[in-house]
Design a protein around this ligand. Structure first.
Ligand code: NAG
Ligand code: NAG
Ligand code: NAG
Length: 652
């Protein structure tokens, strides 16, 4: 009797073990919690009572995890607000993940977010899920400054058709998702004329309002539309997530038929390209869902409060740093930490207490009017988010000096790679990517940001390179911080010799085309490895631009290419194309120059730039030359001729 019981017990255990193994194997075979880390940030402030804080945090995370696994849900909020240091938290998984993957993603996210130790707010965002916690309730927050786009690093094989499919699917998701109950949609869109597809998802936190979701996706869309035709793009935000990819990151049967939600106001012209969802009984379900969501939403207060209750993570716009901390971070602004001298003042490398490395700019000569507007200006500039523009993280304005804090670029500025200490280390492909990145960054400043920002001092020392040698434009947007007597009205000549468009240098005429001109000059520097304004090159002084025109006119384009490049790296037609675009940019009058958005298209297009005749203006050779010589003579220097580096805003 006893033995049979025991036998039975053993068999039962064996069967159980076997079953667990089978389940585990089938699970791991297709499981992918998508834990690629996209974004991570800790509040600068610590909780006050650590033992209360940690016990609240632990209880909250436990609650979140159990809601996911027991309620079979992809979204949860939890709060533990007893005692001091309350914790409010939220988790969301992409709906295409299985519950097991969702919980796995949560576990990875939790262990990552614990690296913030006692910070009173933090967030981590992965492809598959995100967690955020704060010391106050933030569940209805959506678009906050600090949203960002992340692009891939490969261009799709059919850029134009791919770009169209991306734009169409993102535009539709933006319209439909806020109208869908649960705020999640996934689509697959065929690329016309090829066998590729665009997979895209949009998702909002379930606790925001419909308008909140809409606003958030609008910003997210703005942040990734310029990624295309890269094969990947992701926008991360406090309240929503938007992603597209050429790679199938969810199964075809996970798509949602969004057609019923596009309505008459559906923005897409390519609705037929959307391969509708194949989920069974979709039509009826979606109608019910729509009615339900309409009923549910209309019974909730519509307006989202933006910015009135802010938590503490970096998602909430520019950070205010203490002067003392920045002084310590830069070792008291020591010479050894000095990175360079920018147009507005010196720049120092700083290491913050949390280990983050930043670049700190000490502003000289700030007008008193500008001091008053400082915070507004900083807020505006810190809202500029583009992969090819340096990010302004925050500022310090309470100490004895005004300081701006920027992201730090380990590779430094482009000029060093062209004709400085790192000369000859950039490949042809890297050079092309830098030119393309600059064009994208400027096109964003001119056309895509909500105010048009003219840089006015594009030059190779203002182009920084990140770890992947992607171009990041520095020093934009600070013009209003300069005293009036340094503005272009009184001094006129505010750019840098050799880079500045003649109509601006001589007559002070300012337009976006001033940046187009300087872009053309930098592009020539990039392919030639020569300084635009180096007059020591040969016995007869020859400016780079003049040389390029001559070589173009005699069809000897290859002679301009940097001799440190191996001739097998580039093709003659590519050199010719870039030179033609660069020369097109330097034409006068300014109206002949293309816009930066047109240049982006030209750089991508297959054929050589232009059958259209380029017009070389005599203006450049005579007037400006004379003026430059005079200017150089009067300062006695050919190098340190930069006056202020200035940028400008013009209203739209
Ligand atoms: C909270 O959880 C962490 C990790 O799971 C643990 O190390 C810590 O002791 C816990 N703290 C409290 C106060 O429960
Ligand atoms: C279709 O896909 C295959 C590989 O997946 C690729 O080699 C081929 O070039 C593609 N065809 C087109 C027209 O894009
Ligand atoms: C979706 O397709 C996968 C195989 O790709 C299958 O395992 C799964 O059961 C399908 N799900 C639904 C809801 O049909």
């Amino acid at each position: 009797m006893k033995t049979t019981m025991k036998m039975w017990w053993w068999r039962w255990r064996l069967i159980m073990v076997f079953m667990v193994v089978v389940v585990w194997m089938s699970d791991t075979a297709k499981s992918d919690p998508q834990t690629k880390l996209l974004n991570y940030g800790c509040s600068q402030y610590n909780a006050t009572n650590l033992s209360n804080f940690f016990s609240n945090l632990n209880a909250t995370f436990l609650d979140l995890r159990s809601q996911l696994s027991t309620n079979n849900t992809h979204f949860a909020t939890a709060a533990t607000a007893r005692s001091s240091d309350p914790v409010y938290a939220m988790v969301q998984c992409r709906n295409y993940l299985s519950i097991a993957d969702c919980v796995a993603c949560f576990d990875v996210a939790e262990s990552q977010i614990r690296n913030c130790s006692a910070a009173n707010g933090a967030r981590v965002i992965y492809d598959g899920c995100f967690i955020r916690y704060e010391s106050n309730s933030f569940y209805d927050q959506t678009t906050l400054p600090g949203n960002t786009g992340l692009c891939g690093n490969q261009t799709a094989s059919q850029p134009t058709a791919f770009d169209e499919a991306v734009k169409a699917s993102l535009a539709d998701l933006q319209v439909a998702t806020p109208r869908i109950n649960g705020f999640f949609a996934a689509t697959k869109t065929a690329v016309v004329g090829g066998n590729a597809s665009v997979y895209a998802v949009a998702q909002c936190a379930e606790t925001v309002s419909e308008t909140g979701c809409q606003d958030c996706l609008t910003v997210a869309y703005g942040n990734i539309q310029s990624c295309s035709p890269d094969t990947d793009g992701k926008a991360v935000d406090a309240g929503c997530f938007l992603r597209y990819s050429e790679t199938a990151f969810f199964a075809d049967n996970q798509t949602v038929n969004i057609t019923p939600f596009l309505g008459s106001g559906g923005s897409s012209t390519k609705k037929k390209a959307i391969i509708g969802g194949v989920v069974g009984g979709v039509g009826l379900l979606l109608i019910v869902a729509a009615l339900f969501s309409w009923y549910y939403m209309s019974s909730k207060p519509k307006a989202t409060r933006r910015g009135d209750i802010l938590g503490a993570t970096e998602l909430q716009g520019p950070v205010t740093y203490s002067f003392k901390d920045l002084k310590t971070a830069t070792k008291n602004f020591s010479e050894e930490n000095k990175l360079g001298e920018g147009g507005f003042g010196d720049v120092y490398k700083g290491t913050l207490k949390n280990g983050n490395v930043v670049a700190v700019k000490k502003l000289d000569h700030v007008s008193s009017r500008a001091k008053a507007d400082f915070e507004t200006e900083v807020k505006l500039i810190s809202n500029v988010h583009h992969r090819n523009l340096i990010r302004l993280l925050g500022c310090s304005n309470r100490g004895p000096e005004l300081l701006l804090v920027y992201e730090y670029m380990g590779n430094g500025s482009l000029d060093k790679f062209l004709y400085g200490e790192k000369r000859g280390t950039l490949s042809w492909k890297q050079r092309f990517d830098i030119i393309f990145g600059m064009a994208r960054g400027l096109a964003y400043l001119h056309d895509q940001f909500h105010v048009c920002i003219i840089h006015r001092d594009i030059k190779s020392s203002n182009i920084l390179l990140d770890d992947n040698f992607q171009a990041k434009i520095a020093d934009f947007g600070l013009v209003r911080l300069l005293p009036a007597d340094q503005s272009h009205v009184s001094t006129r000549f505010v750019g840098t010799l050799g880079y500045t468009a003649p109509e601006y240098a001589i007559h002070g005429q300012l337009s976006e085309k001033v940046d187009t001109y300087s872009f053309g000059i930098v592009a020539l520097e990039i392919i030639s490895g020569q300084r635009s304004n180096d007059m020591k090159v040969e016995a007869e002084t020859e400016y780079l631009l003049e040389k390029a025109w001559k070589l173009h006119e005699t069809d000897m384009h290859l002679k301009l290419v940097d001799e440190t490049l191996d001739a097998s790296e580039y093709k003659e037609e590519d050199v010719k194309k870039i030179m033609e675009i660069a020369l097109m940019c330097t034409q006068s009058p300014a109206s002949l120059r293309p816009t930066m958005s047109e240049i982006v298209v030209l750089l991508l297009s297959e054929q050589s730039a232009e059958p259209r005749r380029l017009s070389r203006s005599s203006f450049v050779d005579s007037d400006l030359r004379i003026r430059e010589d005079t200017f150089t003579a009067s300062t006695g220097s050919t190098k340190s001729h930069a006056t202020a580096s200035i940028t400008d805003f013009t209203g739209r």
